[in-house]
Design a protein around this ligand. Structure first.
Ligand code: ADP
Length: 729
C-alpha cells in the first residue's frame, strides 16, 4: 500500500509539490482564460495594469515574486495587514496578487490533496501503482463534482511524481461511482465495477472515486494499493488554495489567516458556491474574512437530551459515558476506535428506545438520521430500498457527528428461519443492511443505534458479537420511573405523583406520557394549572379500573413463575409486577444454557400456569395466545433444545422457524411435547410443595403491585422453601 499522508520529515517535499502542482494548474487555467481577461484586478492599492498584455505578463510570474514582507519590519507588516493587504502574498514589484477571475478551486484542491497523499511515492512507480487507488468520497454530489477536476489534475500529479518517460494515459485510468438515478433501476456500482475490471485487465493503475471499498469489484478490492479519504474543507486547505489563487509569491500571511479563519468552526459544511464567492474577494485576508463570516445554519438538533429520558437511570448513566467519549473525540483527546459507538436497544414497544436514540443525538449535538425497514420499503423495489438505505448512510457519514438510528431491527427477519421458503429478497435486504452497518462501524463520528422489540427473531448475523458494542435492555418503567415520566411530561415536579403510579404499573413510558398529555390538555381547556385532579381523571379515562379478582389471578400467576424459578435455583428476577393491563416476572436470561438449566427454565415458564391451577383450580388465557407468551416461549425453547442445541437425540443443527412448525415430523413433535409436559409436572410439584411462598408473594403484589429483587428475595427467604422437589423431573 502507498503510505498516504505526509509525515513531518516529508512536509517540505509535500509543500514544494503542492506549490508546483497548483502553479501548473493555474498556468494551464490561465492559458484557457487569458482571452477572456478584460479588466484589471489586484490588491486594492496595488498598481493596476491598464492593458491586457500587462496582465498576462503579471500572471506569468505568479508564485515566483519576492514578498514585500521580506523588506518590512514586523511593525510595518502588522500595519499593512491591518490595512487589509497581505504583505507575504504581494510581490516587491507590486505585482497583482489575485490570479484569476474564476479561481479553479476544485482543480486546485485535487492538486493539494494529491500532493499530500503521494509526495512520498516511489518515483519509479509513480503515484498510482498498478492496482486500485481508492479515493473515498461518501457524498454523492461531491463525488460527482470531483470527477472532472480529478481527471484534469491526475496527469499533472503523475508527471510531477513519476521518473522517466512513462506516459500517464498508458498507465492510469480514472473511474467514478455515479449517483444513483431515481429513474433507473440499475445499480451504479455495477457500471463502476465493470469499468474498473476492464482497466485492471489492461494492467493499468486505477484511481477510483467511490464511497468505500464495498463499491469496488471483488478484483478491485483484492488489488487495492492505496486507500485515502477526501477530507472535508478546512482552514489549512483554504490557506493552500490562497497561495495559488491570491499570491504572487507562493506565500501568504499564514498566522493572520489562521486567526481569521478560526472565526468559522464549520468551514467544511459551507456550500460550495459560498466558498467560491469568498475567493472572488481581492486579497487573502478579504477571502478569509468572507469565509469566517459565512454562517452555516446549525442543523436542527433534536430538542431532546438524556435529561428528558425519565426513570431509566441505568440506561442514561451508561449513555452519558458515550456522550463524554464523543466530546473527547471531538476535542481530539480520544481516537474514534476507542469509542463504543454502536448500541442495540431492546425492549417492549413504547419504552422510549426511539427517544433514547434521539436523546443521544441531542446530548452530543449530533445530526439524527433515522431509518427503518418499513420506511426504506416505501421506496419500492429492492434496488430502490438499497439505494435509500445507502443514501441515509452516506448522509450520516458526511454529517458526522451523527446518530444513525435503525428502528424495528426485528423486521429484518432471520434468514435461516425462513426454511424452504427462503427468500432471496430478504437475503439481499439483510445483506444490504449488513454492508451498510459495516461501513458505519468504520465511520468516525457516527453512532449507530438500533432498536428492536423482539431480540430473538433478528437475523443472528445482524447482532453477532462485535456488530453492536452494547446491547441495552430497556424495560417497562417501575413505579419510580412512572412517577418520573409523569412529572417530566407534566413539567411539574411538585405534584405528589408517586401515590398514583401504582395504578400505572405495567404501562409503557409512551402510555404514561399519553396520560400526562391528556391531563395537560384538560388543564389547558379549563385554563388551570395542571393539578392532581387532572392527572387522576386522565388515568381514569385511559386505565381501566382493575378487577380485584383479575389482579389476584395475575398475582398468583406471576408469583408461580418466581417461586418455581427460585426453588429450582435459577437466578432471581429483577422485578415482578401486576397491573390492570397485565403483569410480568422479569427473569434474567441464563448466561449459559446446559440441559439442566434449560429444563429448569422450561419449568419456570410453566410456573404461572401451574400456580393458577393449584390455587384457582382453572386455567386462564394468561399463559398463551402469542409467540411471546409463556407457552410460545417454552415451545420455542423446547424445539431449540432438540434442533439447535443438540440436547436431544439429533446432532444436526436444523432450527425450525415459527412458520414451519406445522410441518415438524411426528417424532420431533412427540419429543417437544414430552419436554413441555415434564416441565409442567415439575412446576406443579414445586408449587404444591411451596404454596406458602406463592401466597406471601401474592399478598405483597396485591398490596404494592410491584416488587423489586430485594423485596422478592426477602419473601423467598432460604429457610422458607421446600427444595426437595428440585430433582423431580
Ligand atoms: P419505543 O421506540 O421504545 O417504541 P418511543 O421512544 O417511541 O418508544 O416512546 C414514545 C414516547 O413515549 C416518547 O416519545 C416519549 O414521549 C414517551 N416515553 C417513553 N419512555 C419514556 C421515558 N423513559 N421518559 C420520558 N418519556 C418517555
Amino acid at each position: 500500500m502507498n503510505t498516504c499522508g505526509s509525515t513531518s520529515s516529508s512536509h517540505a517535499r509535500t509543500r514544494a509539490l503542492t506549490l508546483r502542482l497548483t502553479k501548473a494548474i493555474m498556468d494551464r487555467h490561465r492559458e484557457g482564460h487569458c482571452d477572456a481577461l478584460s479588466e484589471s484586478w489586484g490588491a486594492d492599492n496595488a498598481p493596476r495594469p491598464a492593458r491586457l498584455p500587462d496582465i498576462a505578463r503579471l500572471l506569468a510570474v505568479s508564485g515566483q515574486g519576492v514578498p514585500i514582507a521580506s523588506q518590512m519590519t514586523p511593525k510595518e507588516i502588522a500595519d499593512v495587514i491591518k490595512s487589509g493587504i497581505d504583505p507575504y502574498a504581494a510581490a516587491i514589484d507590486g505585482t497583482a496578487v489575485r490570479q484569476a477571475l474564476h479561481p479553479p478551486l476544485t482543480d486546485l484542491l485535487c492538486a493539494i490533496h494529491l500532493a499530500q497523499w503521494f509526495s512520498d511515492c516511489d518515483p519509479d512507480i509513480g503515484p498510482f501503482a498498478p492496482g486500485v487507488t481508492l479515493i473515498r468520497v461518501a457524498d454523492d454530489a461531491l463525488r460527482e463534482r470531483l470527477e472532472d477536476p480529478m481527471g484534469f489534475v491526475l496527469p499533472f500529479a503523475w508527471e510531477a511524481l513519476t521518473r522517466g518517460s512513462k506516459k500517464y494515459p498508458d498507465h492510469v485510468a480514472l473511474v467514478c461511482l455515479e449517483k444513483a438515478s431515481a429513474f433507473s433501476k440499475s445499480d451504479p456500482r455495477d457500471k463502476l465495477r465493470e469499468s474498473l475490471d476492464e482497466a485492471l485487465a489492461k494492467g493499468l493503475g486505477v484511481v477510483a472515486l467511490a464511497a468505500d471499498p464495498s463499491d469496488l469489484s471483488e478484483g478491485g478490492r483484492m488489488l487495492m494499493v492505496g486507500d485515502v479519504t477526501w477530507p472535508s474543507l478546512d482552514g489549512e486547505a483554504l490557506i493552500d488554495l490562497l497561495r495559488a489563487t491570491h499570491s504572487a509569491t507562493g506565500e501568504v500571511a499564514e498566522a493572520e489567516l489562521r486567526t481569521r479563519l478560526r472565526g468559522n468552526t464549520r468551514i467544511g459544511a459551507l456550500p460550495w458556491p459560498v466558498v467560491n464567492h469568498a475567493f472572488h474577494a481581492s486579497t487573502t485576508l478579504a477571502v478569509a474574512d468572507r469565509v469566517a463570516k459565512a454562517r452555516v445554519p446549525t442543523p436542527p438538533v433534536p430538542r431532546r437530551t438524556l435529561d428528558d429520558v425519565c426513570g431509566l437511570p441505568n440506561v442514561t448513566e451508561e449513555l452519558r459515558h458515550l456522550v463524554e467519549d464523543v466530546r473527547q473525540w471531538q476535542a481530539d483527546e480520544l481516537d474514534w476506535s476507542d469509542v463504543s459507538a454502536s448500541i442495540l436497544l431492546h425492549g417492549p414497544p413504547g419504552v422510549g428506545k426511539t427517544m433514547i436514540a434521539e436523546a443521544i443525538a441531542g446530548s452530543t449535538g449530533a445530526t439524527f438520521i433515522s431509518t427503518s425497514y418499513a420506511e426504506a420499503q416505501k421506496a419500492g423495489h429492492l434496488g430502490d430500498y438499497l439505494r435509500t438505505m445507502s443514501a441515509h448512510v452516506n448522509r450520516a457519514i458526511s454529517s458526522a457527528p451523527a446518530v444513525f438510528f435503525v428502528d424495528e431491527l426485528d423486521s429484518y427477519v432471520s434468514r435461516q428461519g425462513s426454511g424452504k421458503n427462503f427468500s432471496t429478497y430478504m437475503h439481499s435486504v439483510v445483506n444490504g443492511l449488513l454492508e451498510q452497518l459495516t461501513k458505519l462501524n468504520d465511520a468516525p463520528g457516527v453512532i449507530v443505534v438500533a432498536a428492536t422489540n423482539h431480540l430473538n427473531v433478528i437475523d443472528s448475523a445482524l447482532i453477532r458479537a462485535g456488530r453492536f458494542d452494547r446491547k441495552i435492555s430497556v424495560g417497562l418503567p417501575d413505579k419510580d420511573g412512572i412517577a418520573a415520566i409523569l412529572s417530566g411530561h407534566l413539567g411539574n415536579e411538585a405534584l405528589p405523583l408517586h401515590d398514583l403510579s401504582h395504578r400505572l404499573v405495567g404501562l409503557s413510558g409512551a402510555d404514561v406520557a399519553a396520560i400526562a398529555r391528556t391531563a395537560k390538555g384538560a388543564a389547558r381547556r379549563a385554563r388551570e394549572t395542571v393539578a392532581l385532579c387532572h392527572v387522576l381523571s386522565a388515568i381514569d379515562q385511559r386505565v381501566p379500573r382493575a378487577d380485584p379478582e383479575h389482579i389476584r389471578r395475575k398475582a398468583i400467576h406471576e408469583a408461580g413463575h418466581a417461586v418455581v424459578g427460585h426453588v429450582l435455583g435459577l437466578k432471581p428476577g429483577h422485578r415482578i409486577f401486576v397491573a390492570a393491563v397485565g403483569g410480568g416476572y422479569d427473569s434474567p436470561v441464563p448466561p449459559i444454557m446446559t440441559p439442566d438449566v434449560a429444563d429448569k427454565e422450561l419449568a419456570m415458564r410453566f410456573g404461572g400456569r401451574a400456580a393458577e391451577v393449584a390455587f384457582l383450580g382453572t386455567l386462564s388465557t394468561g399463559s398463551g395466545g402469542s409467540e411471546h407468551s409463556d407457552l410460545g416461549g417454552a415451545t420455542d425453547l423446547a424445539i431449540d433444545l432438540e434442533q439447535a442445541y443438540g440436547f436431544g437425540p439429533s446432532l444436526i443443527y436444523s432450527p425450525v422457524a415459527p412458520a414451519d412448525r406445522h410441518r415438524m415430523p411426528d417424532d420431533l413433535l412427540e419429543r417437544v411435547e414430552r419436554r413441555l409436559h415434564l416441565a409442567e409436572d415439575r412446576a406443579r410439584s414445586v408449587i404444591n410443595a411451596n404454596r406458602h411462598l406463592v401466597e406471601r408473594i401474592v399478598d405483597a403484589l396485591i398490596e404494592h403491585r410491584e416488587l423489586d429483587q430485594d423485596a422478592l428475595l426477602e419473601l423467598l427467604a432460604p429457610d422458607a422453601c421446600d427444595c426437595s422437589v428440585q430433582e423431580a423431573s
